[in-house]
Design a protein around this ligand. Structure first.
Ligand SMILES: CCCCC/C=C\C/C=C\CCCCCCCC(=O)SCCNC(=O)CCNC(=O)[C@H](O)C(C)(C)COP(=O)(O)OP(=O)(O)OC[C@H]1O[C@@H](n2cnc3c(N)ncnc32)[C@H](O)[C@@H]1OP(=O)(O)O
Ligand SMILES: CCCCCCCC/C=C\CCCCCCCC(=O)OC[C@@H](O)COP(=O)(O)O
Length: 301
């Protein structure tokens, strides 16, 4: 029998067959394996989409208009992962003038929510390391994404000041994650002030966005990634006209407080971060409330 099989299957074919058998079994049985598969596919898929986006964007050169291409090409990714996104308050974006969008930052999955609501002519501010992520970096550059060096404050501030001029000159909106880094722990970290200096320098409104916690369907710490639901609330614009640099700390606190208030009472009164009353930024993972992932812990996706 061995000879018979040997005639039919080379070593490579055997390995492939084994792989085809083992991978689905592991995928179904191991939460960790499933998590890594899903994350690997997420990154790989986006790298691949970027390959397609690059020539399309290159036709125009580096331009914020290319964000429309990127947005439309990323829009379907939530469906691949069974993530339902509900958006409220989109009308708050209906301003003719430029503005600065600020939102909480949980994970690279924020890209899905961002692409759900990203207004036209709006570019994110990103750490410059993103520029070196292969095809993704090039696509980001072509989309006009603004890169800052977080290790060099003066450089970053210089880029932000230049951005204030660009916003007014070219009617560009800017999206900033004021926590300055990803925060997997629910609620929000203290805010950096760059976004608010930017808004004051350009004398444009700040539009805060709160994205509900992914805790019920995604946890990096627990290696858990299932299907789920995310609620995004766009808050009312907060004006900066007439404010000077001395007003930036108060503006920062005001915006953060508005987001915390929405996080605590919004989302049909159930809160956005799963644990009402705990907004210190140190809430543990695996909370049991919140709006994310109302489908439960089904590990189905
Ligand atoms: C289909 C194809 C698909 C392919 C493509 C796929 C995907 C691409 C699509 C979209 C991608 C988007 C994803 C982007 C997400 C990326 C998210 C990130 O990278 S988050 C990290 C980067 N962002 C930030 O850090 C923003 C927040 N940080 C700040 O605002 C900071 O303040 C800072 C400007 C970076 C400086 O930070 P630093 O820690 O160095 O210093 P401080 O914050 O302590 O500030 C020191 C001091 O300076 C004052 N300050 C700050 N900014 C200004 C300013 N602009 N002008 C004047 N003064 C400023 C600040 O107030 C402090 O002073 P003081 O303490 O006296 O208040
Ligand atoms: C040849 C190089 C190949 C590199 C392969 C890289 C693979 C990555 C591919 C796709 C990733 C898509 C998601 C990109 C957008 C998410 C950006 C993001 O979330 O950045 C994190 C940043 O906000 C804060 O960083 P830190 O939390 O401070 O750290």
């Amino acid at each position: 029998q061995t000879i018979w099989w040997g005639n039919w299957l080379s070593l490579v074919q055997w390995a492939l067959a084994l792989l085809l058998l083992v991978v689905p079994v592991l995928y179904e049985c191991s939460r960790t394996f499933k998590y890594f598969c899903k994350m690997a596919f997420y990154n790989g898929w986006i790298l691949m989409l970027a390959v397609l986006a690059i020539p399309l964007c290159a036709l125009r050169g580096r331009s914020v208009e290319n964000m429309k291409i990127i947005r439309s090409m990323l829009h379907h990714v939530k469906h691949l992962y069974g993530i339902r996104i509900e958006v409220r308050g989109l009308e708050n974006f209906n301003l003719a003038e430029p503005y600065v969008v600020v939102s909480n930052h949980q994970s690279s999955l924020d890209l899905l929510g961002m692409m759900e609501v990203l207004p036209d002519r709006c570019v994110p501010i990103a750490k410059k390391e993103l520029m070196y992520m292969g095809t993704v970096g090039l696509a980001c550059w072509l989309g006009g994404i603004i890169f800052i060096n977080r290790k060099k404050t003066d450089d970053a501030i210089g880029v932000m000041s230049e951005t204030a001029r660009t916003m007014l000159r070219d009617n560009v909106r800017v999206w900033v994650f004021p926590e300055g880094t990803r925060n997997h722990n629910g609620s929000m970290l203290p805010f950096k002030r760059g976004a608010f200096h930017l808004a004051v320098q350009a004398q444009v409104p700040v539009i805060p966005i709160v994205m509900s916690s992914y805790r019920d369907f995604y946890s990096k710490k627990e290696r858990r990634f299932t299907t789920g639901r995310c609620l995004i609330q766009v808050l009312a614009p907060m004006p900066t006209q007439g404010l000077g640099p001395e007003a930036v700390p108060a503006l920062t606190d005001r915006v953060r407080q508005a987001m915390l208030d929405e996080g605590s009472s919004g989302g049909d009164g159930r809160g956005f971060w799963g644990r009402e009353g705990d907004y210190s930024g140190v809430a543990g993972e695996g909370g049991d409330g919140g709006l994310a992932g109302e489908g439960g812990d089904q590990f189905a996706g």
